[in-house]
Unconditional design. Structure first.
Length: 563
């Protein structure tokens, strides 16, 4: 059938597509894009990291130096430490929260779901500086409790990073476990309860084993997100260094930096994230269960005491998760003197950003929009190749696209700078390099969204169009794309919300004229201007959340679509 797809009907266009076939040409173009924007930069990082050292001339000198000097290898251990514990705590909080929200008739379930989404999509570094405003050395709550004679633990260092990561990333576990619970048939629970099992034992022995793929996937996503995050450790870490911060420091150090060492550090970071993703895929395959939820698990009435306890647990968790976002909005309307906020209503913070927000806001909207359109265009074509033209080539393409999940933003940024910093492709600091970086990082969102729908659509209409002489390209545009319109829009909205808050890659690639709102917020936080940073943060939160309102209300998607 694939041969018929490429050759049936009279050719309507000349050029390369006429001689080789439409989809082979498209496939080649996609491979060139992925190779140039992802595979080549990663390969160049590896090559630079293995470049001969000045001391010994050994290709592994940079790695030997890293593992020989405590200053360097301690950052790797620190990264594991502040990634492992958020993973554990996120599972301990996210699993019961998902169970209570999906199984108990708790109050305010709709609000809880919306709050989880808002927490999930908010930029991590915004929450970080908000916690500083609350619990920093001169924080509002720190001073309040100090006046009562109650000292609070420091928000800085490893404990603060772990605390923030846990609250920021537990939605990974919550959303995936919620999705997993909806795929379990009610008969599984009924059988266990009819045999006399208690609710807890039923969950432990019958339901939890079916949730292992969801739990492990969520846990490893928390680990990866924590391991690769740059903004939070910079804001809260102080002298506690982690690998992304060390890479950033070595690459942009104002006294010259060491891009060769930064490349070696980037390779180590990439190896860890790739290993985590491979482990996640293995665990999902190892513990997957073939179940069909004819009658999904139902919400059950519970005794009043249990219902109150479950509601209290969920709302306490959500309250802590939303506290930094609420603080950002409130702080944006308070007078500020550097890091000190005064309890007096004002619009001065918004007035102060108006004269300098125009360029960063335009950059943010323009870069995000163009990258989103590119993702929608290329992602739809990639999805068609994967689903409609199965084979070794499409499998390789699928793997190459999904590899971008494993490449942290800061690693991609370093790779693009190493690859495209000299003529004829001197793109560092330009709008083009930022757009291309956003595009290749977020391409999987569009691919995954279109693949899911294509797998549910019969190809009979497409075959009929080709047999009538329309040609594969015309058929794709006139028949397939309209059928995928909802999936394309859903993928575009998810791409937009994730792209507009990108920080790590932007920090490496931007220049003064290509700064985004996220960069402006980061700069204001580093400079201690919390009032202005809060105003900018409120703007960014709105820009991030509004597309999701469209996704969940007009398109009827569930919050599980985020993961």
């Amino acid at each position: 059938m694939s041969a018929l797809t490429d050759t049936a009907g009279p050719p309507r266009r000349g050029g390369l597509a006429r001689h080789l076939g439409f989809w082979p040409v498209v496939t080649a173009i996609v491979f060139v894009l992925i190779a140039g924007l992802l595979l080549l930069p990663v390969a160049n990082i590896v090559g630079v990291s293995l470049s001969a050292g000045a001391k010994t001339g050994g290709v592994f000198e940079n790695y030997v130096s890293f593992f020989s000097e405590r200053f360097y290898y301690q950052t790797l251990l620190n990264s594991f430490w502040v990634s492992f514990w958020p993973m554990v705590f996120a599972v301990c909080l996210g699993v019961p929260a998902a169970y209570f929200v999906n199984r108990y008739e708790i109050w305010g379930r709709g609000f809880v779901r919306a709050a989880v989404v808002l927490t999930f999509v908010s930029p991590p570094f915004i929450g970080s500086y908000s916690w500083v405003v609350l619990f920093g050395r001169s924080g509002v709550l720190t001073q309040f409790f100090s006046s009562l004679g109650i000292p609070l633990p420091s928000i800085y260092g490893a404990p603060g990073i772990i605390f923030v990561f846990t609250l920021q990333f537990f939605p990974f576990v919550f959303l995936l476990v919620s999705s997993g619970l909806k795929s379990i048939d009610q008969s599984v629970e009924d059988a266990a309860r009819n045999l006399g099992s208690s609710e807890f034992r039923t969950f432990r022995t019958a339901i939890a084993p079916l949730l292992v793929p969801s739990i492990t996937t969520g846990a490893l996503l928390v680990f990866i997100a924590s391991f690769t995050d740059l903004g939070t450790p910079i804001i809260l870490g102080e002298r506690f260094r982690v690998l992304p911060v060390l890479i950033y420091g070595e690459f942009v150090n104002e006294f010259g930096g060491r891009p060769v060492l930064a490349s070696a550090l980037s390779v180590l970071l990439l190896l860890v994230t790739t290993a985590a993703l491979l482990l996640q895929r293995w665990l999902s395959a190892r513990f997957s269960h073939a179940t069909a939820a004819i009658r999904p698990l139902q919400v059950q009435e519970q005794p009043l005491g249990k219902r109150i306890a479950a509601t209290a647990f969920v709302f306490l968790l959500i309250g802590f998760a939303l506290l930094p976002l609420a603080n950002i909005v409130v702080s944006s309307f308070l007078k500020s003197n550097g890091p000190v906020l005064v309890a007096s209503f004002t619009l001065d913070n918004y007035a102060r950003i108006m004269d300098r927000l125009a360029l960063p806001l335009w950059n943010t909207l323009f870069y995000t929009t163009v990258a989103t359109l590119l993702c929608a265009l290329v992602g739809t074509a990639v999805a068609y190749i994967i689903v409609r033209r199965p084979g070794p080539v499409s499998s390789l393409l699928d793997t190459a696209v999904m590899f971008s999940y494993a490449v942290p933003g800061i690693v991609l940024g370093v790779g693009l700078v190493v690859t495209y910093h000299e003529p004829p492709f001197a793109l560092t600091g330009t709008a083009a390099i930022l757009i291309l970086a956003y595009f290749i990082r977020r391409l999987p969102f569009s691919v995954r969204s279109s693949v899911s729908m294509l797998q549910q659509i019969s190809r009979d209409t497409e075959d009929a169009s080709i047999n009538l002489g329309a040609g594969p390209g015309r058929t794709f545009l006139r028949i397939t794309v309209p059928l995928l319109a909802t999936a394309i829009l859903s993928g575009a909205l998810l791409t937009w919300s994730n792209t507009i808050r990108e920080l790590s890659a932007t920090l490496i690639l931007q220049s003064g004229t290509t700064a985004t709102v996220a960069i402006e917020i980061f700069n204001e936080v580093v400079n201690g201007n919390f009032g202005v940073a809060s105003a900018l943060g409120t703007v960014l939160i709105l820009l991030t959340f509004l597309p999701l309102v469209v996704l969940f209300t007009l398109l009827g998607k569930k919050e599980e679509a985020l993961v």
